[in-house]
Design a protein around this ligand. Sequence first.
Ligand code: SF4
Ligand code: SF4
Length: 59
Amino acid sequence: MKYITVIGCKKCRRCDSVCPTKAIEHIDGTARVKIIHEMCNLCMICVKMCPNKALKILE
Ligand code: SF4
Ligand code: SF4
């Protein structure tokens, strides 16, 4: 099963609004990102736009 993982998020918050299914959320008390896998359709928009290459697809 494929899913998006977050490694090395720099908390820039640029991915906040790009997700069409609202599957990106910030961990409480931080700006670090977490992906709600059940809501993610693997469109790859966030993976392509993260300036820090912190979002990756795992298979
Ligand atoms: S764009 Fe990348 S570095 Fe910035 S908050 Fe999102 S996952 Fe983190
Ligand atoms: S791959 Fe697409 S649907 Fe999944 S978290 Fe990123 S922007 Fe949202």
